[in-house]
Design a protein around this ligand. Structure first.
Ligand SMILES: *Cc1c(COP(=O)(O)O)cnc(C)c1O
Length: 402
């Protein structure tokens, strides 16, 4: 059967408005639609495909694991899940892990856990969660209400209480607000969906100190920033600050759905038997692939290349964007890169994305008006340079049509 983009509207919930094509297949950073057109992909399935599309190594692992064990439920332990835990924990620097299927589930579990720890250790009154404006933590109702973008959580009835939103990177605001009622502070080391906004090192250090002072747990949502995306295995390594709980997902499965919550043995102990669970979380197939990801992406030489490629792309992008007068600044870490548009081009962000698409280049937006680039971590310098060449053409055309 051959589908057209319009079929989407007749079949699917209208939650997404996909680009005008139907993807058939992809390999590496090359995406092919069902009319034979090719695209250079700098989106990696929104920071998911850390090793590119359909990597050979992952194909092999899926084939092999599919002959061994796909699913067995969590009433039995299995080798694949334990294998991933034993690789991931030492690499990330934590003692216990809970596996889920997505980023929002990882945050849901982390937030529930933080509430439970406070309840057990300090009592019911210690229940406040502090999060930050423009943050994104996923779409389950608790996660989405904790995130600082009301447009995603309004209109669904009563929200869970005791959630406070403060300005990101504002130490004073946090100092004023945090109290012994606070059970957790959750933040992204680089706000992803909110516009690729890195935390200030001073802010991260102050958050850590204030959490310690008020016995609140610090949760880092590294769903987008983790698993090598920012040039270190976890982004927080670059800040030299360790959270009490970290969540990862997106890149962990190289395209298979898996997420993880990691913490200390002491904190994890509060999720006693029966307090939380997941049917598919930690399923053997996803865990087999994720082991391969930890081996590949956890490698220091691989991460050094991510940093090198990120620095190259960011500086060339800024140069190009300034020449055209379209981009004013470029920010981010590793291969999570945001380009701030000049004021007159801000309302045209979606138009730029569509023009890129027309020229065979797939890019993302973050916030309303930031161009976001999150390519496969193993993308070549040559493909990054090609992406810049296409952007040059796009910027020329954009100015010609203003
Ligand atoms: C993508 C994302 C999520 C949500 O992950 P899902 O897998 O879509 O549930 C949560 N937090 C951050 C920082 C993200 O970028």
């Amino acid at each position: 059967m051959t589908f057209k983009r319009e079929d989407f509207n007749d079949l699917m919930f209208p939650t997404y408005v996909p680009m005008d094509m139907v993807i058939r297949s992809a390999h590496g950073v090359d995406v092919k639609d069902n009319e034979g057109r090719h695209y250079l992909d700098l989106t990696a399935g929104i920071a998911v495909l850390c090793l590119g599309h359909t990597p050979k190594g992952v194909q092999k692992i899926i084939a092999k694991q599919s002959r061994k064990l796909l699913h067995c439920s969590n009433i039995f332990a299995n080798e694949s899940t334990l294998g991933l835990a034993s690789k991931l924990l030492p690499r990330a620097g934590f003692e216990r892990v809970f596996f889920v299927n997505s980023g929002t589930e990882a945050n849901e579990a982390a937030l529930k856990l933080a509430r439970r720890v406070a309840f057990d250790d300090h009592g019911e009154q210690k229940n406040e969660i502090i999060a930050f404006n423009h943050s994104f933590h996923g779409r389950t109702f608790f996660s989405v209400c904790v995130a600082g973008q009301d447009q995603y959580s309004d209109g669904f009835g009563p929200k869970p209480g005791a959630i406070t939103h403060l300005a990101y990177n504002d130490i004073e605001a946090l100092k004023q607000h945090i109290s012994d009622k606070t059970c957790a502070v959750i933040l992204e080391p680089v706000q992803g969906e909110g516009g690729i906004i890195p935390a200030d090192p001073d802010f991260i250090e102050a958050v850590r100190a204030l959490c310690d002072e008020h016995k609140a747990l610090l949760i880092f949502d590294e769903v987008q920033t983790g698993i090598g995306r920012c040039g270190t295995f976890l982004c927080c390594e670059q800040y030299g600050v360790k959270p009490d709980i970290v969540t990862v997902a997106k890149g962990l499965g190289a395209g298979l759905p898996i997420g993880a919550v990691m913490t200390s043995a002491r904190v994890a102990a509060h999720f006693s038997p029966g307090t939380h669970g997941s049917t598919f979380g930690g399923n053997p197939l996803a865990c087999a692939v994720a082991q391969h990801v930890v081996d590949k992406v956890g490698n220091e030489a691989f991460l050094a290349k991510v940093r090198e490629k990120g620095a190259f792309f960011a500086s060339e992008l800024l140069k190009l964007g300034k020449e055209h007068g379209i981009i004013t600044s470029v920010r981010g870490r590793g291969l999570l890169i945001g380009a701030e548009l000049a004021d007159e081009f801000k309302p045209r962000a979606a138009e730029i994305q569509k023009l890129c698409f027309k020229h065979g280049l797939l890019i993302l937006l973050a916030g309303h008006d930031v161009l976001r680039f999150a390519p496969a971590l193993n993308i070549s310098m040559r493909k990054l340079a090609l992406g810049l060449e296409i952007l040059d053409e796009v910027f020329c055309e954009l100015k010609a049509t203003s």
